[in-house]
Design a protein around this ligand. Structure first.
Ligand code: ADP
Ligand code: MG
Length: 234
């Protein structure tokens, strides 16, 4: 059962959106998903209270770090195939790493210099935690809010600087789409958006499918014994 954490010391980076989009995509592929909401503002709990709730996604609030283990226990009673944890965008949010065992950590960032610094910080925190705990967590930056039509120069520079800092990037970026924002006022998933006539819902769904395939690849890769991973690189 893969455990995924969305982590970034920066608020507004796109964590909650990326967590919900991942949960929806996995649910559409027939997986049972438990979402743990460890942001005290409870964005996932609020999304789940809207109409159109997806029955195979359960949502478990953990308003403080000390609630996370209880929320994870409650989540495991639903026999999920995946557990996804959304954190608050502060340095305190990164304390969740100590509370649960994670296979992969994703740090969303928009193509801006401010987000870049915070994403590198997140990669360092996750890396240091893995080294201390002796169990590495696969970490990837996830570019998000990327304009669909043009690739601005700023974004290219951000990608280059991530590479330079040794931060690996998930291949598919999430695009800047009104449909991703609309999930949080309409509720449910892309079907609900289509029923409400939200423009671009289908393009958002297609973008999300490529992103989910990347996350599944990453989980598969992280599960491989180190020896075979090294062999692949050679
Ligand atoms: N891919 C996207 N396209 C359009 N808007 C987005 C996208 N990702 C995030 N947003 C918007 O950006 C804001 C911050 O996103 P959110 O997921 O709440 O970030 P975080 O959880 O890191 O604070 C929200 O208003 C959200 O609707
Ligand atoms: Mg959030």
């Amino acid at each position: 059962m893969p455990n995924v954490v969305f982590i970034s010391p920066k608020g507004g980076a796109g964590k909650t959106t990326a967590a919900v989009v991942l949960a929806l995509g996995l649910a559409a592929r027939g997986r049972r998903v438990a979402l743990i909401d460890s942001d005290p503002n409870k964005p996932l709990v609020n999304w789940g209270a809207l109409p159109g709730r997806v029955s195979t996604i359960s949502i478990h609030p953990a308003p403080t770090v000390s609630d996370i283990r209880d929320a994870a226990r409650e989540a495991s009673r639903r026999n999920p195939d995946w557990v996804i944890l959304d954190t608050e965008g502060t340095e305190r949010g990164t304390a969740v790493l100590a509370a649960l065992r994670f296979d992969i950590a994703l740090t969303p960032l928009a193509g801006s210099q401010l987000d870049l610094r915070e994403a590198i910080k997140a990669a360092e925190i996750v890396g240091a935690f893995g080294r201390r705990g002796g169990r590495p967590i696969a970490h990837r930056a996830l570019l998000t809010r990327v304009p669909a039509a043009i690739r601005p120069r700023m974004l290219k520079s951000v990608v280059a600087q991530l590479h330079e800092a040794g931060v690996q990037i998930l291949p598919t970026p999430l695009l800047e789409k009104e449909a991703f924002r609309a999930l949080f006022h309409i509720g449910g998933g892309f079907d609900s958006l289509e029923r409400h006539g939200v423009w671009g819902a289908d393009a958002a769904r297609q973008n999300s499918e490529a992103y989910i395939a990347d996350v599944e690849d990453l989980v598969r890769d992280a599960a491989r014994p180190t020896a075979s991973r090294e062999a692949r690189i050679v």
